[in-house]
Every structure is written in structure tokens, then in C-alpha cells.
Design a protein around this ligand. Structure first.
Ligand SMILES: [Zn+2]
Length: 340
């Protein structure tokens, strides 16, 4: 599968993934437009290899308006030198580069949501072509993937690390890695969440590559604590798997293992309005408790709508923009995992 699919990608790079050393380069995504007939979209990539050892694939900018991971990976890519590495680091701090350049979740070229388009298509839209390159060329090289997300423009997120449970052995290894990463919350999903089988982590799991995903902040702004969690977590995990064996790290803080307990964990807006939340991220809430109020914008002669939580749990994220439409997600809750 690897060779056949790899030969089909239209992305190219001058990097040689077998050569020792360090290089900053680009993946070149062909994109022909009115102003650039033979143009390519340059997706930044940093490659560091030193002898034999595991390969870590580190990604941010899967969604363009999520910033802590983009900054953390840019710092790591500049700082790390081949002498510190055993094995290989492949760093992509701005994976969906057109979305990153536009400051948007989706690509302005094709409205593509990269993390809903895996495994991708070698002859599809630009965003599908990026997904296909990751699936067919980079995932087969990887022993571990870390895909750094945040809430983006529409969500404020409690810093957490997320994994998709698999076999007992796979899940145990992922929980160990989450505990080493050290985000305050470690969330274990059964794969039934928003992205289904179309996310990077789902496709990586199908190929047998363990994957950590994060949520580190949100609102399309930069969280200093979120970036610190990313930087410290990256170094601890890379040390743990032996790629940065001598990295200077602090011990990981305790991780609270939690999960999303079905669709009832999500609260959705029933109508248009201005959303006045009654809970913040990190709050513990009970089923039936007021989640917030939607104030109609048409005028005070219309009554506000009170919204209630349908289950108990910890508020992992809430809607960031105030103006709200029917169906917008207002809250996601997580609940404690007894024992995995
Ligand atoms: Zn994201």
C-alpha cells in the first residue's frame, strides 16, 4: 500500500527522509491559479535525523487558527540539533498552510477542513492532497504522531490531551504517553466523536501509529500556559520514546483521565441569540443546572431562552463567540474514567 500510494502523491520535496542531518524545507503542493500558473504552495517542514531510532511526526496548523502548537513546534524546529536526536524528527508547524496564512480553521482555497478529510485524495482538492500525503508518505515512517490542536475561533478549551482507545495494549501505551505529556486532562475517546474516521488520529490508528492529539486554548488567540504545556509535553514524550534522550525536563504533573460520555456531553443552541454562559471551562456542573441564556437580538419583547446541561461533568470547552445560531455547540463535558 505504501509504495503504491506514495507514488501517486503530487506533493514533492527535496528532502531525503533517510539522510542524517537537519534541514528546514517545504512540501510543495502544486496549485495552479490565475496569478501563478505553475505555482506551488510551500508547506514548511523541518527534518532532523541522527542514526537509527524511532521517528516522531509532530504536527500543528492542521486547523489554521489554533496557535499554541504552531508556536511550540516552530521553537522546537529552530532549537533542536542533530546531536540531541536519536532517530528522526519530522516537524510540520503549519500543515494546512493556506488556512494558517489566512488565520482560519478551513482552507480558503477549497473550504477544506483538513482534519475531516483523511485519508485524503492524491488528485482531490488542495486540502485532500495534503491529507493524502500525510497518510501515504509520512504516517508509514512514523512511530508516534503528536497533532497539536486548540479550540480555534469558535471554542475556548481547557488544556487537554486526547487519544482514541484501541486494543488493551494500544490504549495502555496511549495512556502512558498522555501521562508523560502532562496536560491537566487526559481524554480517552472510543472514536465516536465529531471527526469519526476522517481525522488524522483515526487514520493513524488504522495504520497502527499511536497518536496524541491536544486542545490547548482557543478563541483564535494564544495561551501562554497552553504553549508551555505543549513545549514541556513534547520534550517529555520525545525523551520517553528515546528521540531526545537527554532533554532537560520537569516531572509531568498529574493527569486526570476523563472521557466524553456520549452525545449528552454536548449542549447545543436551540435558537439564534446572544449567548450568556452560566459556566466556564474547568467548572463542575450537574445535570439540569443552568448552562446559560440566549438573548434574542430582535428585541426585549421576546423572552430569553434558558439552556440546561443534560448530564453532569467537567466543562472541557465552551463556545467562544457570543452571537449564536441554532445547532452551535455551546459546551462539551467530560467525566472521570474509573480505571482503564
Ligand atoms: Zn483543530
Amino acid at each position: 500500500m505504501t509504495a503504491a500510494l506514495a507514488s501517486e502523491t503530487r506533493l514533492w520535496t527535496t528532502l531525503d527522509f533517510d539522510q542524517d542531518g537537519k534541514r528546514h524545507d517545504w512540501l510543495r503542493l502544486p496549485f495552479s491559479s490565475d496569478l501563478s500558473a505553475y505555482g506551488t504552495i510551500p508547506i514548511p517542514i523541518t527534518y532532523v535525523k541522527n542514526g537509527d531510532g524511532p521517528t516522531a511526526l509532530l504536527i500543528a496548523g492542521n486547523h489554521g487558527d489554533e496557535y499554541e502548537g504552531q508556536v511550540a513546534l516552530s521553537k522546537l524546529a529552530r532549537q533542536v540539533e542533530p546531536g540531541e536526536v536519536r532517530g528522526r524528527l519530522i516537524v510540520l508547524p503549519a500543515l494546512n498552510y493556506p488556512a494558517v496564512a489566512a488565520g482560519r480553521r478551513l482552507s480558503p482555497l477549497d473550504a477544506g477542513n483538513l482534519n475531516r478529510l483523511f485519508p485524503g485524495d492524491p488528485n482531490g482538492t488542495p486540502t485532500q492532497m495534503i491529507a493524502h500525503y500525510i497518510t501515504s508518505v509520512l504516517l508509514p515512517l512514523a512511530d508516534l504522531v503528536i497533532d497539536l490542536h486548540s479550540g480555534g475561533r469558535s471554542l475556548a478549551y481547557l488544556p487537554c490531551c486526547l487519544v482514541r482507545g484501541g486494543t488493551e495494549a494500544e490504549t495502555a501505551w496511549l495512556i502512558e504517553l498522555m501521562q508523560v505529556f502532562g496536560a491537566p486532562i487526559g481524554s480517552i475517546s472510543d472514536g465516536s466523536g465529531g471527526g469519526g474516521a476522517t481525522t488524522l488520529s483515526a487514520v493513524a490508528q488504522a495504520l497502527g501509529v499511536p497518536t496524541l492529539t491536544t486542545e490547548l486554548g482557543g478563541g483564535a488567540t494564544f495561551s501562554r500556559p497552553g504553549e508551555a504545556i505543549a513545549t514541556q509535553g513534547l520534550h517529555r514524550v520525545l525523551k520517553h520514546i528515546g528521540v531526545l534522550p537527554n532533554a532537560a525536563t520537569e516531572p509531568a504533573p498529574p493527569v486526570r483521565l476523563m472521557r466524553v460520555d456520549g452525545r449528552g456531553a454536548f449542549t447545543y443552541a436551540p435558537s439564534h441569540g446572544l449567548f450568556e454562559p452560566a459556566a466556564e471551562i474547568g467548572d463542575t456542573v450537574c445535570a439540569g443546572q443552568c448552562a446559560g441564556v440566549l438573548h434574542p437580538i430582535a428585541g426585549p419583547q421576546q423572552p430569553p431562552t434558558q439552556i440546561r446541561f443534560s448530564q453532569s461533568g467537567l466543562v472541557a470547552c465552551r463556545r467562544a463567540p457570543t452571537l449564536t445560531a441554532p445547532g452551535d455547540c455551546l459546551f462539551k463535558l467530560v467525566t472521570d474514567v474509573e480505571r482503564m
